[in-house]
Design a protein around this ligand. Sequence first.
Ligand SMILES: Cc1cc2nc3c(=O)[nH]c(=O)nc-3n(C[C@H](O)[C@H](O)[C@H](O)COP(=O)(O)OP(=O)(O)OC[C@H]3O[C@@H](n4cnc5c(N)ncnc54)[C@H](O)[C@@H]3O)c2cc1C
Length: 468
Amino acid sequence: MTGMARNTRIVVVGGGYVGMYTALRLQKKLRRDEADITVIDPQPHMTYQPFLPEAAAGSIEPRHVVVPLRKVLKRCHHLTGRVTRIDHSQREVTAELAAGHVTAVGYDVLVVAPGSVARTLPIPGLAECGIAFKTVGEAIYLRNHVLSRLDAAATTIDPALRRRLLTFLVVGGGYAGIEALAELADMARYASRYYENINREDVRWVLVEAANRIMPEVGPKMGRYTVERLLDADIEVNLETRVKTMEGGHVVLDDGQSFDTDTIIWTAGVKPNPMLENTDLPRDARGRVECTPELQVVDTPGVFCAGDCASVPDLSKDDPDAKTSPSAQHAVRQAKTLADNILAHLRSRPMNRYKHDYAGSVASLGLYKGVAEIYGIKLRGVVAWFMHRTYHVSRMPTWNRRVRIVFDWTGALFLGREIVSLGQINDPRADFDRVAGRPSRPAPEGERPEPVRNPPPEERISAGSRTA
Ligand SMILES: Cc1cc2nc3c(=O)[nH]c(=O)nc-3n(C[C@H](O)[C@H](O)[C@H](O)COP(=O)(O)OP(=O)(O)OC[C@H]3O[C@@H](n4cnc5c(N)ncnc54)[C@H](O)[C@@H]3O)c2cc1C
């Protein structure tokens, strides 16, 4: 048999910002006989995370904030699965596939882009009661959950239970936490007008942040402005405060406050994907893969890395130890340099160094409210909110998604927000179990709640806090 040269095998771990944009550029620029690209991700889509708060608040249909990988990466192979190990000495990644099998995939060139995960702390109760805000699943769950708390609160006269159901806690004041808080609070308060016994003021939103400022991404002045807007919206802002415990939803803060809640949204920062611990790639003290300015992994030719999981020198700063921050802004631009450098690597050409001056940030604080700092220019209110929408929709991958999102916004503008909870999504078999006679497991004795005797509806309305 004659030795037929095979194509170079390029494997991309993670189909998020870095993975999807890198693969997009490679499939466009590579000759067909030059390389095969395989993208491995547990999800069949890329998630446009900056739009998750709007998806949670119902301004955008959740399906429209994700980009189907198979549809946009037509010249790539796809493996739906989770990479669990990278053994560069063998040029091999191990993946747990969606069907449950484990497979090994060989490569000649590797792109490492599994992003980051929520950074947790050893707080009692956090693992049981907290939920992060990084995936479209979490955004959909939170929308249904928050609205279903209103539905539940409207049916009880037990004041402690009602307070618990209507209290919502967000821990962490970066843009992800603040946007999620502002959008969800806006939605819950808007929805409250349709409940005859829930007032806007009954819905309590609490922010806890360990530092003495929020949204470091937009600078101290705009951070203070954001705090003022949150206070205007009756959101309780606790700076320089930490959560001590949250067992069973009973939250105790280190300033002595305590309250009960059914909803704890944990957005206190991110850390590199822990999968990287199972690799033989060099990592820094924070667990990020160490990269050169060309986005190659240090001392590992043929392996490239970028995005939230990478430690990339920030050449725009004078400090030689500065690294680029984990943000979409860097991830998208790094993906372009990374793809071009893979082409240079394959074609034995010189590589480019990644350098980008951080342009600033835009954030939405609910409908018609926003804050932005772009190249030092500070914007606020409806102008910043409009900037947020136009900037992100222009950045949304594919025209298909852009058009759908603009339709979503236009529909909401003329037809109003949807305020219905599709709570059945969280327990879709419950009704069928009931009709099919599947025995539901009774709660153990002692954990069964005492029946609460609610008054008839007319009394219930006046028993609530509605005043007018
Ligand atoms: C709510 C929210 C709002 C944000 N808003 C902004 C903003 O306004 N501006 C901004 O600049 N940045 C924003 N960010 C940050 C930005 O989204 C991230 O910095 C960016 O997504 C990082 O890109 P990445 O490719 O490194 O990771 P990701 O985009 O997270 O992609 C990682 C991919 O890897 C996959 N993956 C995970 N584990 C594995 C595994 N074991 N094997 C294979 N695949 C795996 C994941 O499914 C995912 O598809 C926001 C983030 C959030 C959560």
